[in-house]
Design a protein around this ligand. Structure first.
Ligand SMILES: NC(=O)c1ccc[n+]([C@@H]2O[C@H](COP(=O)([O-])OP(=O)(O)OC[C@H]3O[C@@H](n4cnc5c(N)ncnc54)[C@H](O)[C@@H]3O)[C@@H](O)[C@H]2O)c1
Ligand SMILES: [Zn+2]
Length: 389
C-alpha cells in the first residue's frame, strides 16, 4: 500500500507465505508419492551431508530415477558438522546453484540435520534474492525443531547463529525412518527438545515419552511405532503452535520454546561446542526446574518427576566444567539478547510454564546450591545411562 503525504511517501507491504509440513514415513520408498508430487518437475539443487549421502544417497537417486525421471536436479554433498555452519558454505551452495544454472523458480532442497537445513535456508534466502526451499530433516532434532522453523543461521567465529535470516521453507517433509541410522546420543538430544515442548504445552506427549521414551531410543524410533509417530507429530505440531504466536519474533522476546535455552548457550560455549546442544538443553531444563521449585512455582514431586525423565532417557543434569559464578554472569548476555528481560521459562506443571525475570530471591548462593543438587542427582546418571546404550 502506498501512502503519499507532503514530505513523506510510505510503502507498506506484507509478504504472504505458506509453509506446509508434511508427515511422510518411508519417504524414499519407491511407492511413496510424497516427494515426487512435491518436487513436481521443478528444477532442484539437492544438498545433503556426507553421512546422509552414504546412508541414503543411492536410495534417493533410485527414487528420483523411478519416480521423477525427467526432473532436472543436481545433488551437492557437503560436510555438515557444527564447524561447517559458515557463511563460506552458504556461498558454496550458492555457487553450486549458479553452476547448475538454477533460476528463480527453482528450489534448493536440504536433506540432512539442522546444520544442513540452516545452511540451505540461508542460501535459498539470498540466491537470486530468494528461491524456494524444502527441508527434509534427517535427525530427530531436525524433525522436531530445526527443520520446521523459518529461521536459519551460520556461526561467526564462536558466535553461534550470528548471521541468518527468517525465511520460510515451502515444505518441511518429516520422516521418522531417518532416525533409524542416528546414534543413540543424537536421538537422546532430539528427545531433549521433545521433552522441552511437552513440558510447556503437552502433558500427553510428556507421558508418552515417560512410558515409551527408553524403548523408542533403544529401537531407534521403530517400537512402539504408534508412540514414535506420536512423538514426532505432537512435538512438531506443538512447536509450530508456539512459533506461530510470534513467527518473526517481532512482538517480544518471551518464548515458551526457550525453556532449556537460557543457560545452555553458556554450557555449549564453555565446552567449545563439544557438549551437544540437546545435552546442554537437558541440563538447562534441570536448572530451570529447580529454580521453579525454589520459587514455589513447581511442586516438589513434579520437579522430581521431570528430573527422573531426563535422567532415565540417558540425558545429563550436570556438566563438570560448569561454574555457577559464570553461569550466573552468563544471564547478562541473555538479558541483552532478550531486550533487557531474562524471560527464563520455568515449568509450573507438566504442560504449563511461567516466565521468570527476577532471580534475586535465589541469588548466586541459591544457584550454587541448585547446581550441587543437580550434581548429586547426576551421580546416578551413569547407572541410568548404562540402561540406554
Ligand atoms: N534453524 C532453527 O530453527 C534451528 C533450531 C534448532 C537447531 N538448529 C541448528 O541445528 C544444528 C544441530 O542440528 P542436528 O542436531 O540435526 O545435527 P547436525 O546437523 O549437526 O548433524 C549431525 C551429524 O549427523 C549426521 N546425520 C544427519 N542425519 C543423519 C541420519 N539420519 N543418520 C546418520 N547420520 C545423520 C550429519 O551428517 C552430521 O554429521 C545446530 O547448528 C543448531 O544451531 C537450528
Ligand atoms: Zn534447541
Amino acid at each position: 500500500m502506498l501512502h503519499i503525504a507532503k514530505n513523506l511517501v510510505q510503502l507498506k507491504s506484507t509478504l504472504r507465505s505458506t509453509h506446509s509440513i508434511v508427515f511422510a514415513p518411508d519417504l524414499l520408498a519407491i511407492e511413496n508419492n510424497t516427494l515426487a508430487s512435491i518436487l513436481n518437475g521443478v528444477p532442484a539443487l539437492i544438498v545433503t551431508t556426507k553421512s546422509v549421502n552414504s546412508l541414503y544417497g543411492s536410495k534417493l537417486r533410485r527414487y528420483l530415477a523411478a519416480r521423477t525421471p525427467t526432473l532436472d536436479y543436481r545433488i551437492f554433498v557437503l560436510s555438515c558438522e557444527e564447524s561447517s555452519k559458515t557463511i563460506d558454505n552458504v556461498l558454496a551452495i550458492c555457487e553450486q546453484a549458479a553452476m547448475f544454472n538454477l533460476k528463480r523458480r527453482s528450489r534448493i532442497v536440504a536433506m540432512g540435520g539442522g546444520v544442513c537445513t540452516d545452511l540451505c535456508g540461508f542460501a535459498a534466502a539470498i540466491y537470486c534474492r530468494g528461491v524456494s526451499h524444502i527441508k527434509i530433516p534427517t535427525t530427530l532434532l531436525g524433525i522436531v525443531d530445526a527443520g520446521i522453523g523459518i529461521k536459519n543461521g551460520v556461526n561467526v567465529g564462536s558466535n553461534k547463529n550470528k548471521l541468518g535470516t527468517f525465511y520460510p521453507p515451502e515444505y518441511s517433509i518429516l520422516d521418522p525412518s531417518f532416525i533409524n541410522t542416528l546414534d543413540n546420543r543424537q536421538i537422546r538430544c532430539g528427545m531433549a527438545e521433545s521433552i522441552k515442548i511437552a513440558l510447556v504445552s503437552d502433558r500427553e506427549l510428556f507421558e508418552i515419552i515417560e512410558n515409551d521414551g527408553v524403548e523408542l531410543i533403544n529401537s531407534r524410533f521403530v517400537d512402539p511405532w504408534a508412540s514414535a509417530e506420536a512423538v514426532v507429530r505432537q512435538s512438531a505440531i506443538r512447536m509450530l503452535e508456539q512459533l506461530n504466536k510470534n513467527l518473526h519474533e517481532v512482538n517480544d522476546y518471551a518464548r515458551a520454546v526457550d525453556l532449556g535455552h537460557t543457560f545452555s548457550p553458556y554450557l555449549e560455549s564453555i565446552s567449545q561446542y563439544t557438549l551437544p546442544h540437546g545435552e546442554a538443553v537437558a541440563i538447562d531444563m534441570g536448572i530451570s526446574v529447580l529454580i521453579g521449585r525454589s520459587l514455589g512455582l513447581l511442586r516438589e514431586d513434579t520437579a522430581g518427576r521431570i528430573l527422573s525423565l531426563i535422567r532415565n532417557l540417558g540425558l545429563p543434569l550436570y556438566y563438570s566444567a560448569m561454574d555457577p559464578v559464570e553461569l550466573w554472569r552468563s544471564l547478562d548476555l541473555i538479558r541483552a539478547h532478550r531486550d533487557g528481560r531474562l524471560n527464563l521459562v520455568v515449568p509450573t506443571d507438566i504442560g504449563t510454564y511461567a516466565f521468570v525475570d527476577d532471580l534475586s530471591s535465589i541469588g548466586l548462593n541459591g544457584l550454587m546450591a541448585l547446581v550441587v543438587e543437580l550434581r548429586e542427582q547426576n551421580g546416578e546418571f551413569d547407572r541410568h545411562r548404562a540402561m540406554v546404550p
